[in-house]
Each structure stands twice: as structure tokens, then as C-alpha cells.
Design a protein around this ligand. Structure first.
Ligand code: FES
Length: 216
């Protein structure tokens, strides 16, 4: 695994059509591939490169820059515990240490059954619920050690069901429509904009030259 499934290939094609330049779809396609397999497999990166007319190394170069894109396998549930200031002041470090002990792994690792990967994160923008965490990018907080135990039990039993998507699925709703205007219309609008910019630059240059002349 895995190149895009037929269904995801159709979605990928649609995503590409949203952008005037296909390479702009690179990050969204990485998220799509990740939602399919949980991480960006070498095959997926090659597939994305083919679709966008890039080299697989360019896909890897971009993907490896972003913390939310995984170029190594991760567990079914990616748990990110925030230890930034508001969470830290509310006991995040203790929760993180408890999570490590309870899961039997240190930060950055995955449990042997491939169910859980533990991450320490920067501010998750949910400071009002400090200390908080995310499971597959869904928020939980404030979290105590007891809450953490309950969360793990529920994840193991599958009782959180649709509340937690497959790993890598960051958006709940896929944008369904392509661009409202054609590519040729975009090109002509861009050409017109370039013309206007060049005109303004020329006018500015002429003004600068005449002011310089008056100053002599
Ligand atoms: S500091 Fe933890 S969510 Fe902002």
C-alpha cells in the first residue's frame, strides 16, 4: 500500500481542479493519502508526484516539513498532548508522564499493538480546556489522569465510534465543487493582472525619474 484507491483518486482529481496550479494541491493530497493509510507511504508519495507532475523527493521534502504529515507509520490513534503554557500550568506535564506510563511508551513512539502513538504538541488552540489533547485531531479536555484512562478504554472498545475518524482525516467535510471559472478564464485574468502591475510599475518609474530630474 498504497497508491490512491479509485474513490480517492476521483477525490484527488477534484482537489487538483480547485487550484490554478496543480502543485498547489500537494498538501491537501498528502492529507488525503494519510486519511487512506494513516501515513504517507512511499507509494503514495510517488502517486501524488505523478498526479502533480513533481518528483517524489519534492513530495517528501514538503511532507517532512509538516508535523501533521507522517512519513513513518503511526498507530490507529494518534494522541497529541499539549504541553504549552496554559496546559502546562494546568498539569499537562503530569498527564503526559501518566500517558507514557499507562501506554508503556515514551513520546514519539507507538504501542506494540499499533493502536496508539503518543505525541507532545505545542498549543492546540483549545487553551480554555487546558490541559487538553487531541486524538486523530479531535479535541478532548480538560483531561485528568482518570479521564485519560477512560479515553483509552473507550478507544480500545471502539465506543467513541464516529466521533474519532481514521487517522489523518483532519476535515469532516470534503469540498465538493471545483473552480467556478475555467482555466482559460483564470489565465486571462492573470495576464490582465500582470499587465496592470507592469503599467503601475512603469508609471512609478516615470514619476521617480521626473522627481529626480526636478531635484537637480
Ligand atoms: S496551551 Fe494547550 S491548547 Fe493552548
Amino acid at each position: 500500500m498504497a497508491r490512491f484507491s479509485d474513490e480517492n483518486l476521483a477525490i484527488a482529481t477534484q482537489i487538483i481542479s480547485l487550484y490554478p496550479q496543480s502543485r498547489s494541491a500537494l498538501v491537501p493530497l498528502c492529507h488525503l493519502a494519510q486519511s487512506q493509510d494513516g501515513w504517507l507511504t512511499p507509494d503514495a508519495m510517488e502517486n501524488i508526484a505523478e498526479l502533480l507532475g513533481l518528483q517524489a523527493a519534492e513530495v517528501l521534502g514538503t511532507a517532512s516539513f509538516y508535523d501533521m504529515l507522517h512519513t513513518e507509520p503511526v498507530g490507529k490513534y494518534l494522541i497529541g498532548i499539549c504541553t504549552n503554557i496554559a496546559c502546562m500550568l494546568n498539569g499537562a506535564q503530569e498527564v503526559l508522564e501518566y500517558a507514557e506510563e499507562s501506554l508503556g511508551i515514551s513520546v514519539g513512539n507507538t504501542t506494540e499493538d499499533n493502536l496508539f502513538t503518543l505525541e507532545e504538541t505545542e498549543c492546540l488552540a483549545d487553551c480554555g480546556k487546558a490541559p487538553c489533547l487531541q486524538v486523530n485531531y479531535r479535541f478532548f479536555g480538560p483531561i485528568s489522569n482518570e479521564d485519560f484512562d477512560e479515553l483509552i478504554t473507550n478507544l480500545k472498545s471502539g465506543s467513541l465510534g464516529s466521533q474519532i475518524p481514521d487517522h489523518g482525516t483532519i476535515n469532516r467535510v470534503l469540498r465538493k465543487q471545483g473552480l467556478a471559472v475555467s482555466m482559460s478564464e483564470i489565465s486571462s485574468q492573470r495576464a490582465e493582472a500582470d499587465k496592470q502591475i507592469a503599467k503601475r510599475k512603469a508609471a512609478q518609474a516615470a514619476l521617480d525619474a521626473s522627481q529626480k530630474g526636478e531635484g537637480k
